[in-house]
Design a protein around this ligand. Sequence first.
Ligand SMILES: C[S@@+](CC[C@H](N)C(=O)[O-])C[C@H]1O[C@@H](n2cnc3c(N)ncnc32)[C@H](O)[C@@H]1O
Length: 355
Amino acid sequence: MKTLDCPYSGVCGGCAWAVQDFDEQNNMKLEEVRALFPEVRWLYSPDARVRDKVDLVWEDGRLGLYRLNDRTVLDIETCVMMTKPLEDFFKEYRLKTPPIRKGSVRLRVSPSGEKGVWLDFANQDVKNLFDERDYLKWLSSIAFVEIGQRRKHLTWKDGAPKLVDPELRPWFDSYDAAGKSIPLYGPVGGFSQTGFNANRALVDSVLALAKKSAVSDWVELFCGNGNFTLALASTGAQIEAVEMDPLAIEGLNKALPSNVKLSQADVYLKAKTLPALNGRGLLVDPPRAGLREVLGLLHEDNLPSAIVYVSCFTGTFLSDVADLKTRGYRLEDLHAINQFPYSPHAEWVALLTRR
Ligand SMILES: C[S@@+](CC[C@H](N)C(=O)[O-])C[C@H]1O[C@@H](n2cnc3c(N)ncnc32)[C@H](O)[C@@H]1O
């Protein structure tokens, strides 16, 4: 029996399955989708060190993750799910405690080693930090600092802290068809996949399944700051991409290839205004809610010939695939990426086609 070698196993909510056998739990995850695709197997399945970003909570001087069995924060000093550069940064970050009662923190390390912090604290706590100054001065000396829901960047003017517009930096990478890195620009607090290695496996899967579909004209919904968009565009495909988050759009616009047309829309609320799908490929990587209103668009004269569906949430993935089957789609291939070991979650990349 192989369980997680971590001092917080069975207590920390970050790895809910830390005390269960690794092979057994991985088999349980695959079992959930086996009825769809009996040959499914892991393309990537590490047992630790998968995170290049982490979301933590400060609570009464403790920094860590919620405990498994209650909503109090477990103070952690190490984390085997962080990659070494992130864990080193985490240890450095926790040397000082901010004078606040409770708040969220994201830590990231970029592919080139730059360190970023996003503090999501209550306005009054931010004001207190500005008045106090020492904590923010120290933090700015070790990392790039972002504050609040609007991802404002912390700078200094005449010795005083100042919040300015978000500055988008290459915190994450995608990969072209030859495996060469493509920088993805965004705020520290913007969406990215969890780690560089798992993302490489995800991008490889998307490219392999897109190639298998033999489609070269794509609509991509929920494109974020271009992780799959830029990879697919490197193959010469034409792409109409849609995303809701203005900062992700601004990041992707920094180096938008001419074969990508990008627009901003809420895919659920504005489903009727989305690009025409008929005979094209549809690439989707939705949030946990899944495809929802997008499914209603797939009627007789608006049917994509292939769908590449990336999912981090098995429940909606299964119900969406069941719905797509009623619309004449067949699951042709399914890749499994164990992006979240020792937890119930996994990432699926599926190819669905119409006969
Ligand atoms: C799972 S992420 C995928 C992003 C990208 N594929 C990647 O790998 O980085 C989902 C994306 O959908 C976007 N999103 C969430 N709800 C949306 C909506 N209603 N309409 C459009 N985009 C949405 C989020 O901003 C996020 O960028």
